[in-house]
Design a protein around this ligand. Structure first.
Ligand code: MLC
Ligand code: AMP
Length: 468
């Protein structure tokens, strides 16, 4: 069973007060289990969507799906119309577990209603069953559904328990969104497997992290950078056992400032929705700025040069990072071609990131192969999906979307637009809202730059490097 701490048949099963705290609300382990079981008994068999607001209800709903063996589809609450429609239809969602997204009229099974206790709860999901379909952006097209099995999630969590010496005595604190790997799987489900407590701060604000008493704190680099700028909050984290950063590169000055203010160098770990966390520095190992550490238990990595040769483990030669291990996904939903393109013929997953590795197996992520995947505040945003959204606006003739370095978000979305419209200030605002309302608010461009032409090469391909 994936969520071992909730399993009444497990030898160490005991209740735990305040196992989950979200903002002002807490639930014991038994309260969570009972609420989730009641909902699980009412869920139909097909995939269920969860409107993944940072609330206890979301945690009950996701837990219910996992107990019932119903694939759960976490939906970003800020999803706009086109993205919401895409996720619900692509995943063939049958209902909402818990409250629905206001933009959907699919039936919703509320949390708190007594279940009929029928069928689904009595069927324990098998390890190979699909646990979750998590949507993530590619370089082009609409987001892809990443198919994660119970087995992959369990293996991913167990490898982190090993790397971070994560035990039931820990309390994890974070305020990350509950619709991605970081906040949902690492930030909540891992604790329901390991037996640790979780405090979700609603939003990942420095003062809220400081006010919570945790042993492990999780955040993306944007949040660590904000904590580093808030000295008193940062100093309050001195009592923590581990400060963990991931989802985007942690800049060296932020690493050093956090280490200086808290007395502990942060753990940096690397992963993807498709692979869970595959690389990490260890609780009992060295932590250097820029290093995402070694392969976690069960994972192997290799770095491949453009020539196809393996690059030497000298800490300097750069290669395309490929990984394999038991926590990898089972392919993209409904995308056989993209699924097969994601693996090499000899079974390695192609991450799309480029890296170095030294003789002791420590990796540095140097960047991404494609300029078309943007990481903004830890969110993965495809340039192609934003371009497609903008091209649907009648005033847009041509467009190129890039990620530009941003001191707070790491990268921010910038759209270069060719238009004949004269009132450009107004058009910029219109286009930003247009993307926010169709895709999602966090995918909206932060800037629109109007140009007469896009820079193109002799073959007509847009030269994005000239725009960054
Ligand atoms: C929020 N907004 C963003 C944004 N976050 N815009 C661009 N990039 C972002 N990251 C927008 C909102 O839509 C809103 O728009 C406005 O900014 C203010 O919202 P907010 O909620 O007050 O923003 P803020 O507090 O600044 O949020 C920043 C943040 C948040 C860093 C706290 O983005 C965040 O929680 N990021 C974490 C993402 C994450 O968990 N990624 C993990 C993916 S899994 P408007 O229009 O309403 O004003 C993964 C694998 C792995 O990567 O390795 O972990
Ligand atoms: P996502 O699909 O949102 O899961 O994003 C995965 C991507 O985030 C990876 O392919 C990397 O590009 C990036 N990423 C995650 N962790 C790190 C890290 N520690 N350092 C650099 N990039 C990271």
């Amino acid at each position: 069973m994936l969520l071992t701490s909730l399993d009444p048949a497990h030898p160490s099963a005991t209740d735990l007060a305040a196992a989950i705290t979200v903002g002002p609300d807490s639930m014991s382990r038994a309260q969570l289990y009972e609420a989730a079981r009641a909902l699980a008994g009412s869920l139909p068999a097909g995939p269920a969507a969860v409107h993944a607001t940072p609330t206890p209800e979301t945690i009950v709903a996701v837990t219910a799906c996992l107990l019932a063996g119903v694939p759960v589809v976490p939906v970003p609450p800020d999803s706009g119309s086109a993205e919401l429609h895409h996720i619900l239809t692509d995943a063939e969602v049958t209902c909402w577990a818990g409250s629905p997204h206001p933009g959907s009229d699919l039936p919703a099974i509320p949390v708190g209603r007594r279940g009929r206790g029928e069928a689904t709860t009595s069927i324990a999901p098998a390890d190979d069953d699909l646990a979750m379909i998590m949507y993530t952006s590619g370089t082009t097209g609409a987001p892809k559904g990443v198919r994660l099995s119970h087995r992959a999630l369990a293996a991913g969590v167990d490898a982190l328990a090993d790397a971070w010496r994560w035990t039931p005595d820990d309390t994890v604190v974070h305020g990350l969104p509950l619709f991605h790997l970081h906040g949902l799987v690492l930030g909540v489900l891992a604790s329901l497997r390991i037996g640790s407590r979780v405090v979700h701060t609603g939003k990942p604000r420095p003062e809220r992290y400081a006010a919570a008493a945790g042993t492990m704190y999780f955040a993306v680099p944007t949040v660590w950078s904000r904590i580093a700028d808030d000295e008193s909050s940062a100093r309050a984290l001195r009592r923590a056992r581990l400060l963990v950063s991931g989802s985007a590169p942690l800049p060296t000055p932020v690493f050093e400032r956090i280490a200086g203010l808290t007395g502990g160098a942060p753990i940096e770990r690397y992963g993807m929705s498709e692979t869970m966390i595959t690389l990490s520095t260890r609780a009992d190992g060295p932590r250097l700025p820029g290093s995402v550490g070694q392969a976690v238990r069960g994972v192997e990595t290799r770095l491949v040069a453009e020539s196809g040769q393996l690059v030497p483990d000298d800490g300097a030669s750069i290669g395309r990072l490929q990984v394999r291990g038991p926590m990898l996904f089972d392919g993209y939903l409904n995308r056989p071609e993209e699924t097969s393109a994601a693996w090499t013929d000899d079974g390695w997953f192609i991450t799309g990131d480029v890296a170095t590795r030294d003789a002791a197996g420590f990796h540095r992520i140097v960047g991404r192969e494609s300029v078309d995947l943007i990481k903004s505040g830890g969110y993965r945003i495809g340039a192609g999906e934003v371009e497609t959204a903008l091209l649907a606006h009648p005033s847009v003739h041509e467009v190129a979307v890039v990620g530009r370095a941003d001191p707070d978000l790491g990268q921010r979305v910038v759209a270069y637009v060719v238009t004949e419209q004269q009132n450009r200030a107004r058009l910029a605002d219109t286009l930003i809202s247009f993307v926010a309302d169709t895709l999602s608010r966090h995918k909206r461009p932060r800037e629109v730059v109007f140009v007469d032409d896009l820079p193109r090469n002799a073959l007509g391909k847009v030269q994005k490097k000239q725009l960054q």
